[in-house]
Write a protein of this length. Structure first.
Length: 209
């Protein structure tokens, strides 16, 4: 498969935007996997069995549990910004503004996160999907009854060129795009995203075979 990157100059800011759902079978197609009623068998993908990689996944989970205990938003902000299938629409409505970010949640609640089960799936093309079930206890800092929320977190890991499993996170919606440099199709120059220009840039990714 060949990939095509199109650049356009438009009168709008350059930000990371939510993208349409990819085609089924694409490594980025998260919609099928994100359905908590699905199983590894439904996805026609095996469970992860490598003990070293399972230990890496477990370490990430423990870091997120510790982040909730310490009210440290940085390691867990992606749960709120990366469409991680973390909070359901009903839960977001229940929490209101506190569901907008980890920092907003921790400002209002003492939060405790625990993982209660789930699956870790070994996909093709060096992707691993961790799909744990969680229980979250939120105690209002202003006093009152604690909230008990349960759901499913969807996280993707990628094996890098050294076969090391790394958390796969893109820029948040509204965040700064990563810089890169490309040769022009005519071959007489190059394009660097961070170079100053009069108009903002929109990146359009596509593929063709």
């Amino acid at each position: 498969m060949k990939f095509l990157l199109m650049l356009a100059l438009v009168p709008a800011g350059l930000v990371a935007c939510a993208s349409p759902q990819p085609e089924p079978g694409d490594p980025a197609a998260t919609a099928d996997i994100a359905d908590p009623t699905r199983t590894a068998e439904d996805l026609n993908a095996p469970l992860l069995t490598d003990p070293n990689e399972l230990a890496v996944v477990a370490r990430f989970r423990q870091e997120w549990v510790s982040a909730f205990q310490r009210s440290n938003p940085d390691p867990v902000e992606f749960m709120f910004q990366q469409e991680a299938v973390f909070l359901t629409d009903d839960q977001k409505a229940q929490l209101g503004d506190a569901a907008e970010s980890a920092a907003a949640l921790f400002a209002v609640y003492d939060a405790e996160l625990a993982f209660t089960g789930g699956q870790t799936i070994d996909e093709a093309q060096n992707w691993v999907v961790d799909w744990p079930e969680y229980r979250m206890t939120l105690t209002p800092k202003s006093g009152g009854e604690a909230l008990e929320l349960e759901g499913t977190l969807f996280v993707r890991h990628h094996r890098d060129e050294y076969d090391v499993l790394r958390l796969a996170l893109g820029p948040a919606i509204g965040g700064q795009a990563l810089d890169f440099n490309l040769n022009t199709m005519s071959g007489d120059g190059s394009f660097r995203l961070s170079d100053p220009r009069e108009k903002p840039v929109v990146l359009v990714f596509g593929s063709y075979t």
